[in-house]
Write a protein that binds this ligand. Structure first.
Ligand code: SAM
Length: 492
């Protein structure tokens, strides 16, 4: 069974308080009014979700946060007389009625107005008057109002509503150039004929339809003298901001990205599992950044030891003799594809032309998953530079050996008694390797970086697989942190 009062409390805490609604009377009123009594039958279980819900006549009951925000913006208090335009379900009027002396609410659909009236009666909310009609003309015989809230978006703030404000009164209204795209405005009557205006950002309400709103069809012929012109629709904004691109095989394509040449780090797309077109566009941008702007690090969402094999190839270094072929792990197509191969070839040729080692472009993997590849790489490195240390490392990593190929089972096993956690061992190994930097790095700084990064990866992966067993966000955060720190090490 759903515990609706509990869900309501949670909604107030999570959706309102934490998002910056601080007016205690508003929060109290939102805690008091049962939103489930205002949603369409069958939608009760969704009453406290963070969004608008459909009601009759193709209309909506507004998102709880927007209701609270508008009421807070209106700065209402006990003793106030408030007009609401767009009764809809009646929910916002009900919340307002818990704070002020009297609420007047107008709805253009008679059926909605009648249902709302019945709800108020059933709940015993007897300080609300409902009327059917065009709310853009206001409610002259009950004016002036301390506040007017309009729950539908118009082309401007209707003059009739502005004139029905008391001096000092506040009109809160979504206003926009398009019927479904608005800015939330607060218009305050500062004197007999003076008003000030504040903008509270973009919102999306159903259209305000009436004499001083949009015509029934929703066309643009409404009288806009009543208020300022506002923003364009979302597709129009995208169209205005978008720039046509030449084909990405055309050299002119890369030139368009010269504007990103100065920053130290450029992030390229999160569509990295995408189409061939995306891969080729990404390669064209990267080539330009390397060639014309001196970038030297290509850091990708791939496992470190696998990317290291590519790095050796593109920087003309010898490959590791006994290493497994790179990129065998799911999803293999992410990096083992012809578009990446063409880009890797280009990097190798570019480095051949450059020849100055500090200016060679490298290819690095930020990701954490190939623990067994990393163990192999650290051991092989130590075998070469310090066989005694390699023996100790073998013992330490031996703790993880049974799980190397199925590391996701390690978390479960690490929990059960009798199994040693490998954390201590892998951390010690990582620390020891770093402590030997002066000795080892003299032999080959690049190989040392590779080995330490593998040792770090093993330590992160050991934790990752343990935490992953519990599920949740922690393991993702650990992986992201590892990727970020790897990038920092590369930049250093
Ligand atoms: N406050 C409502 C609630 O809590 O459920 C949500 C209202 S809904 C977003 C907007 C309502 O405004 C719709 O029911 C629509 O029919 C009404 N409306 C649009 N233009 C109107 C007008 N000129 N006069 C009165 N109501 C209007």
């Amino acid at each position: 069974m759903l515990d609706l009062p509990d869900a309501r409390d949670r909604m107030v805490e999570v959706q309102l308080s934490r998002r910056g609604i601080h007016d205690r009377e508003v929060l109290e009123a939102m805690r008091e009014v049962p939103r489930e009594a205002f949603v369409a039958p069958g939608f009760e279980e969704f009453a406290y979700e963070d969004g608008p819900l459909p009601i009759a006549e193709g209309q909506t009951i507004s998102q709880p946060y927007i209701v609270a925000l508008m009421i807070e913006m209106a700065e209402i208090g006990p003793g106030d007389h408030v007009l609401e335009v767009g009764t809809g379900s009646g929910y916002a009027a009900a919340v307002i009625s818990r704070i002020v002396e009297r609420v007047y609410t107008i709805e253009r659909h008679a059926g909605l107005a009648e249902t709302a009236r019945q709800r108020f009666e059933e709940l015993g909310y007897d300080n609300i008057e409902v009327r059917t009609g065009d709310g853009t003309k206001g409610w002259p015989d009950a004016a002036p109002f301390d506040a007017i809230l309009v729950a539908a978006g118009g082309p401007g703030a209707p003059l009739a509503l502005q004139e029905q404000l008391d001096v000092g009164g506040r009109l809160v209204i979504p206003v926009g150039d398009e019927p479904h795209d608005q800015r939330l405005l607060k218009v305050t009557r500062t004197g007999a004929a003076t008003y000030s205006e504040e903008d509270f950002g973009g919102v999306r309400f159903v259209p305000l339809i009436g004499e001083q709103g949009w015509p029934e069809s929703g066309s643009r012929t409404a009288d806009r003298r009543s208020g300022p012109a506002r923003t364009r629709s979302l597709p129009e904004m995208i169209a205005a901001a978008a720039e046509p691109l030449p084909d990405f095989d055309d050299p002119a394509f890369g030139e368009l990205f010269d504007r990103f040449g100065d920053p130290r780090v450029v992030l390229l797309g999160e569509a990295s599992h995408g189409t061939s077109e995306f891969y080729r566009a990404r390669a064209a941008i990267t080539r330009r950044l390397i060639e014309k702007h001196g970038f030297t690090i290509v850091a990708v969402e791939a496992d470190w030891p696998d990317a290291a094999a590519i790095d050796r190839h593109v920087r003309h270094r010898r490959s590791r003799a006994d290493a497994d072929p790179p990129f065998q792990r799911f999803p293999t197509w992410m990096w083992r594809n012809t578009d990446v191969a063409a880009f890797v070839d280009w990097m190798r040729q570019h480095n051949e032309r450059i020849r100055i080692s500090s200016r060679l472009a490298g290819f690095y993997g930020l990701d954490i998953y190939n623990m067994s590849g990393s163990i192999g790489a650290v051991l092989q490195y130590l075998d070469r530079v310090d066989p005694q240390a390699a023996k100790i490392a073998r013992e330490r990593y031996g703790c993880l050996t049974p799980w190397q190929h199925e590391p996701s089972t390690y978390g479960r096993v690490a929990l059960t008694s009798g199994y040693e956690k490998c954390e201590q061992a892998v951390l010690e190994q990582c620390r020891e390797l770093l402590a030997k930097q002066l000795d080892y790095a003299q032999q080959d700084g690049v190989d040392f970086l590779d080995a330490t990064q593998n040792a770090r990866l093993i330590a992160s992966a050991e934790r990752y697989y343990r935490i992953m067993y519990y599920g949740g966000a922690q393991s993702w955060n650990l992986r992201d942190t590892h990727m970020f720190e790897t990038l920092e090490h590369l930049l250093e």
